[in-house]
Design a protein around this ligand. Structure first.
Ligand SMILES: *Cc1c(COP(=O)(O)O)cnc(C)c1O
Length: 343
């Protein structure tokens, strides 16, 4: 426990991968009376947010907003596009890829999970080989976590897209950007992604509670024939209501105030400047790690994450004991090792 009586310092330093620090501007934006979500003021808010989100995801197509954590948007991506027994290709980049795979299996999909070492991103050569061997187009989707939050490793989405194209494979391409969107360069349309999954509490600087699906025309067309059961997550009703600025069920009104503010902040700074700032901070962190003679978990410098850095604890030291001491002495929270990387 944090001993506030011992250390009545100023702010708590929240340095976990997410939820991230919520800027004061956004905290103030949340602090407004909740309005009628069927009224005209709300419709204006929604339409401005949807226009802003298209710039953040870099797409001209629909972006669907859910009152849910990122896990909900994972489920939405699957149930809107796939049918029971469909085969999908996934990659073991770390803890989050493993969780997404578990969800896909529970939903009745047949997952081929390419083993990984939790220190590398998805290898585009393996993508091409696996898809080229799939002559009958059994795979209906290729699913990749852009920024593996458990390892600090990114997968190179444009190279994976090229690999899918070189194999001339029609599978949908789905990407989890929950810890990369609005922190690292990401282009839904230009990179040919069919469903981008995102969440509010990381790069978008909001509290937890919102998540997103950016959807390509191809994914939308596929969804018409997809037979996994869906109701709450269905894109069609949400997209139809969104046209006039509304939602089929009660949206998270105050989080949307915060999202409007976050979009303003990101677009005022400019996405290239936002990405450069994270790159600079990421590089500063990596240089500090090297100066301390510690090891960065990510093996390939081309795959370094700029939104978080995973550091290998020296032999004989437990990360959770270290984290507890850091919290007690400096009022600073660091991320914990997840899954295979616990301790
Ligand atoms: C945080 C995170 C998730 C899980 O999102 P929740 O909001 O906890 O449901 C999934 N994938 C990645 C890459 C994440 O960083």
């Amino acid at each position: 426990m944090l001993r506030l009586d011992d250390h009545p310092s100023g702010r708590h330093f929240l340095q976990i991968p997410g939820p991230t620090n919520v800027p004061d501007r956004i905290l103030r934006a949340l602090d407004h009376p909740t309005i009628d979500h069927r009224g005209p003021e709300f419709a204006r808010l929604t339409l401005e947010i949807l226009e802003g989100l298209r710039k953040i995801f870099q797409t001209a197509g629909p972006v669907v907003i859910y009152p849910a954590s990122g896990t909900g948007a994972w489920e939405a991506a699957l149930v809107n596009t796939l049918s029971p027994g469909d085969a999908v290709l996934m990659f073991e980049t770390g803890h989050f890829a493993t969780l997404w795979r578990k969800m896909a299996a529970r939903l009745g999909l047949e997952v081929d999970f390419v083993a990984g070492d939790w220190r590398s991103g998805v290898d585009p050569v393996v993508v091409q080989t696996r898809l080229a061997a799939d002559k009958t187009h059994r795979y209906k989707a290729v699913m990749v976590v852009h920024n593996e939050t458990s390892t600090g490793v990114t997968s190179r989405i444009p190279l994976i897209r090229e690999a899918i194209d070189r194999a001339r494979h029609p599978a949908l391409f789905m990407v989890d950007t929950i810890s990369s969107l609005a922190s690292m360069d990401y282009r839904h349309a230009e990179w040919g992604v069919d469903v981008t999954v995102a969440g509010s509490q990381k790069g978008l600087m909001l509290p937890p509670g919102l998540s997103f699906n950016a959807v390509s025309d191809k994914a939308l067309a596929t969804s018409k024939g997809a037979r996994l059961p869906r109701s709450y997550w269905g894109w069609d009703e949400i997209i139809a209501s969104n046209r006039d600025g509304y939602f089929p069920y009660t949206p998270a009104t105050n989080l949307l105030y915060g999202l409007h503010e976050a979009i303003d902040m990101l677009l005022a700074e400019g996405l290239p400047a936002v990405f450069a700032r994270h790159r600079r901070h990421g590089e500063a962190t990596r240089r500090a790690v090297r100066a301390w003679a510690l090891e960065i978990l990510c093996l390939n410098p081309d795959e370094y994450s700029d939104s978080l850095t995973a550091i290998v604890m020296p032999d004989g030291h437990d990360a959770d004991i270290f984290r507890r001491k850091v919290l007690e002495r400096f009022d600073l929270s660091l991320g914990t090792g997840l899954g295979r990387l616990a301790g």
